[in-house]
Design a protein around this ligand. Structure first.
Ligand code: ZN
Ligand code: FE
Length: 256
């Protein structure tokens, strides 16, 4: 199995673009580039070219670098077939569940609507990496713009159902604010307490709090913990289903 290097590039005020490099072939992917400069600077320094762009969804802060990067590198742009009309410069349209080969890695595209109707995530199955855009963040989940709460819930569960040792790369640095919300409603969670402290010190040193893992989110992300009785009690939803708890939490977070 070829080893993939993932580099984290902060862009705009709180976005992350990921540069994935296959060490055996020097092929390079950029995930969700909103701008050009940080990416060209990084690639030039390492004397690398850009081969592919992967887009998780059509929002400007994830695709606005597409066309200019394509002009510079002649790279191929990859996205979800259903959203192709609003992914600038798309070359390769993937269907839900389709596998795209990157060297010997099998990248599975999964439709996960809610934040937008055509949102997808990319699961690098051998390396156990998931690039999830604005579906899930450390200790949080994306806002619902184009879908139903049910869709968003099911999309979060799709990520929760990946193996516990899957590494998750999210689209934004929202972690401190997310942790405050979790702490308010899950106050006896010692893992959450520990993690909240550690992300504070990471941010103080201007370091990303990303990546995370499925296990870490199960332990600390309230949106992954909708079945926990204590959380249900804390929001006066003792007998509610996980999906109902999720809906309530998403609403509370919107006004937090
Ligand atoms: Zn977005
Ligand atoms: Fe975004």
């Amino acid at each position: 199995m070829s080893v993939l290097n993932v580099n984290i590039l902060p862009c705009l005020s709180d976005n992350y673009t990921y540069i994935i490099q296959d060490k055996s072939s020097d092929k390079v992917i950029a995930v969700d580039p909103p701008v050009v400069e940080p990416i060209t600077n990084f690639l030039n320094k390492l004397n690398l070219k850009l081969d592919y762009i992967l887009n998780t969804h059509h929002h400007a802060d994830h695709v606005d670098g597409n066309l200019e990067l394509k002009k510079i590198f002649n790279c191929k742009i990859i996205g979800f077939e259903q959203d192709s009309y609003r992914i600038p410069g798309i070359d390769i349209q993937l269907k839900n569940h389709e596998i795209w080969k990157f060297g010997d890695e099998a990248v599975r595209i999964e439709h996960a609507p809610g934040h937008t109707a055509g949102h997808v995530f990319y699961h690098f199955q051998k390396n156990k990496l998931a690039f999830v855009g604005d579906i899930v963040f450390p200790m949080g989940c994306g806002r619902i713009f184009e879908g139903s709460t049910k869709e968003m819930y099911e999309s979060v569960v799709k990520i929760k159902n990946l193996s516990n040792d899957t590494t998750i790369y999210s689209g934004h640095e929202y972690t401190i604010s997310n942790s405050k919300f979790c702490l308010k409603l899950d106050k006896n969670n010692s893992e959450l307490f520990k993690r909240s402290k550690s992300v504070l010190s990471l941010r103080k040193n201007n370091k990303p709090t990303i990546p995370t893992t499925v296990q870490l989110e199960k332990d600390t992300n309230i949106f992954f913990r909708c079945e926990v009785q204590e959380i249900k009690n804390n929001i006066n939803m003792k007998n509610a289903s996980s999906e109902e708890v999720f809906a309530k939490l998403r609403g509370l977070k919107d006004n937090f």
